[in-house]
Each structure stands twice: as structure tokens, then as C-alpha cells.
Design a binder for this molecule. Structure first.
Ligand code: F6P
Length: 393
């Protein structure tokens, strides 16, 4: 095990990729070394970016003013975190969440689906896989010893995890977004946001110190953004149970790819209808699964596109600001993209109640300008007097 990063929790979070049996931490860690990660021929071709040599750079808004080292493709999660932040408590929370998501990925893969639920066993219990994910995440946060409050979309009340307020964090999560599409074998995911101290209301998405999602698809990935540290970073779960840094996204460019959520709103929201018609007329490629995690993740991975979930008089906002929209906002904006509720960045929106809901768009700058202009006639991202973009023209 890496020195300086305490192991998170109990062996219960550590199923191997190939075995259903629970394994102890020691059965995974000793054979692992960061060198084996970087030198393995298995990874050379699979990595999406050419490894770069290490360099140092200053991160202006980082909690600590220390020089933070640039991470490398091929780094383990532990190596990455040590380069990205000097905050040991944050490292611990993010490591524990990684372990929990590894377990959830395994449980999703091995869930049996029938009737109305997908279930898997946890100890002696049979639990619906979303409730199981919920339980695993709360336990991981408790074992991190740096989480003060945790709050889940499944249990939208603050739960005291016993960690400190000073130097500690509060975490909001959606344990298994898209749980209704586990049976269809679509990709699903965990979303979480980390705020400093003990507040999850009266704060904004911009106050998050980190946000992440676990994506349980054909591959299991941990996609992570740390405020003040450039880029949004993708880690791949390897067979030996370690997370390996495989991609860094720092720019979301233009490209004709759209993910239109709550499409039923086009019935009585003519502006949303106009926006959708623009995408169709301009021959955008439709890529929408109905799972917000894979649908937003594709913007980060493909480095282009737009995701929309818009309301109308008869279809109210469904997506939760605290548990899903704000964390995904940090992931998108750290990746060089933009987010909007129609008027402002999602990261500027105050979270008043734990259950606040909102419409949202994520994407490239031009796509968010088009979204705001088409829905409300103007965009804050455009200088006054600018020419309208696309559908709004
Ligand atoms: O969180 C709710 C959710 O399942 C998201 O994952 C997804 O983007 C959305 O609902 C789908 O909504 P709709 O079916 O209205 O497009």
C-alpha cells in the first residue's frame, strides 16, 4: 500500500474483479506497484493520452498554496491524489469513495434482475442494488473519518458520519443514478459532490472541493474533478482492483452530438422544441441512454456535445441540484465545458433545500450559448450585441 494514504474501511468494500468472495485489503495491495501499472503492455495502447513527463505548476485556488505536481497518465489513483492535493482528509474521502464504487461496480455486474428490482447480496441480506450502493457509500464515508455529514438521494437527510467539521467534509451523493435501467444492461453510475465543513445547503456547486462519478458500463471508471486542479480525470478499474489514470480532459470543443433529456417537454415548451429541431436540422448525432451519468460522461470523454434536461409547464424539474446536477457541473466545468440552468452556471446556483431540482444543460461554450439564447433570448456567455447562435438566430 502507498504510504501516507490509510486503507479505507473493511474488506467488505474490496471484491476482486473475478471473485464474488470478499477479500482483505492485504490480498490486493502487496503485489501492486505503480511501476507495474505504467509499464504493463496491457495499458500502453488502451490509454487515451500519451504519458507526459512530470512537471510542476502552481494551482492558484488550491486549498493549500503548495506547488502541486502535474499528474501523469498511468498513475494510480493514490499517486494522482498525492500530486493533485495536499489535503490528506480529501485524499482519504476520495480513496474511500473509490473503494465503495469498486464494490458497487461489482454488485451491479452480478445483480440478478427480475420483476421490478435488481438485487444482490450484501452479507446475509438481499438488497435492491440501489439500496446496496447507498449502504456501501454511507459505510465508506463513515470509515473515511473525514466526513462530517453525508446525504443521499435515497435518504435526503443529513447523516452524521462522525468526522470533524474543521478539516472535514460533507458529501452528497446519488448512489445509483439510472437504477431503473440496470435490468436493460445500460450503463449506470454513482454521482457525488464533496463540500468543505458541515454545510450542504446555503452553499453553491462552486463551493465543492471535489466531485466525481463512478460509471458502471462495459468498463468501470471513476471520473474525478478537484477544484483548483486542472482537468477532469478518468480512472479505469483494472482487474487487480486498482484505479489507473487513463484520461485527462481540459477542453470541450464543438461537435454535433446531442443528448436530449425530458423530451416530452417539447410538447408544451416551444423553445425547447425549437432547440431540438435545430439539432435535427443540423444533423447532430443523437446519443442518449436516459442515464445521466453515461450521457454526461460522453461529453467529457468525446470532448464535445450537449446534454439538456428542460422543463415545461406540465413537466416539472426532476434532476436534483445537490446530488447530481451540481457535482456533474463541476466535472464538466473542470473539463473545460460549461453548465447552465438557462440563466447562470449551475455552479453559481445556491442550494437552498436538499431536494432542490432544476433544469440543466452541459456542453461546449457555443452549445450553452445556443441553449440560453434559444430558451431565454440571451446568453450571459456572450458579449452584449453579439450575433445569436444557431436556433436562436
Ligand atoms: O436522475 C434521473 C434520470 O434517470 C437521469 O439519470 C436521466 O438523465 C433522466 O432521469 C432521464 O429523464 P427523461 O426520461 O425524462 O429523459
Amino acid at each position: 500500500m502507498e504510504t501516507g494514504i490509510a486503507y479505507c474501511g473493511r474488506g467488505a468494500f474490496m471484491p476482486s474483479q473475478h471473485s464474488k468472495s470478499l477479500v482483505s485489503p492485504s490480498s490486493i495491495s502487496p503485489s501492486f506497484s505503480s511501476r507495474s501499472l505504467k509499464s504493463s503492455s496491457l495499458f500502453g495502447e488502451a490509454l487515451r493520452l500519451v504519458p507526459r513527463s512530470s512537471s510542476s505548476f502552481k494551482v492558484s485556488k488550491a486549498k493549500s498554496t503548495a506547488i502541486i505536481t502535474r499528474s501523469e497518465i498511468g498513475d494510480s489513483l493514490e499517486e494522482f491524489l498525492k500530486k493533485a492535493t495536499t489535503d490528506k482528509g480529501l485524499i482519504r474521502v476520495l480513496t474511500c469513495m473509490g473503494e465503495a464504487m469498486r464494490t458497487i461496480g461489482f454488485k451491479v455486474r452480478t445483480a440478478s434482475c427480475g420483476g421490478t428490482a435488481c438485487v444482490n447480496s450484501f452479507g446475509d441480506e438481499q438488497l435492491a442494488v440501489d439500496m446496496l450502493a447507498n449502504k456501501v457509500l454511507f459505510e465508506a464515508l463513515e470509515h473515511s473519518h473525514f466526513c462530517k455529514y453525508a446525504c443521499s438521494e435515497e435518504v435526503p437527510e443529513l447523516q452524521d458520519m462522525g468526522g470533524p467539521v474543521e478539516g472535514g467534509f460533507s458529501v452528497a451523493f446519488d448512489p445509483l443514478d439510472g437504477s431503473s435501467i440496470v435490468d436493460t444492461n445500460f450503463a449506470v453510475g454513482t454521482i457525488f459532490g464533496v463540500w468543505p465543513g458541515d454545510k450542504l445547503t446555503g452553499v453553491t456547486g462552486g463551493d465543492q472541493v471535489a466531485a466525481a462519478m463512478g460509471v458502471y458500463g462495459p468498463r468501470t471508471t471513476y471520473v474525478l474533478a478537484i477544484k483548483g486542479y486542472p482537468g477532469t480525470h478518468e480512472f479505469l478499474l483494472l482487474d487487480e482492483g486498482k484505479w489507473q489514470h487513463v484520461k485527462e480532459t481540459t477542453e470541450i470543443g464543438e461537435g454535433k452530438l446531442f443528448s436530449p433529456g425530458n423530451l416530452r417537454a417539447t410538447f408544451d415548451n416551444p423553445d425547447y422544441d425549437k432547440l431540438i429541431n435545430y439539432y435535427v436540422k443540423e444533423k447532430y448525432t443523437l446519443r442518449y441512454t436516459g442515464g445521466m451519468v453515461p450521457d454526461v460522461n460522453q461529453i467529457i470523454v468525446k470532448e464535445k456535445g450537449v446534454f439538456t434536461n428542460v422543463i415545461s409547464p406540465t413537466t416539472k424539474a426532476k434532476l436534483r441540484l445537490l446530488f447530481e446536477v451540481a457535482p456533474l457541473g463541476l466535472l464538466i466545468e473542470n473539463a473545460g465545458g460549461y453548465s447552465s440552468d438557462g440563466h447562470q452556471s449551475i455552479l453559481d446556483k445556491e442550494i437552498i433545500g436538499l431536494d432542490d431540482r432544476t433544469q440543466v444543460a452541459y456542453g461546449s461554450k457555443q452549445e450553452i450559448i445556443r441553449f440560453e439564447e434559444t430558451l431565454y433570448g440571451k446568453s450571459r456567455l456572450k458579449e452584449a450585441g453579439g450575433v445569436p447562435v444557431g436556433a436562436a438566430a
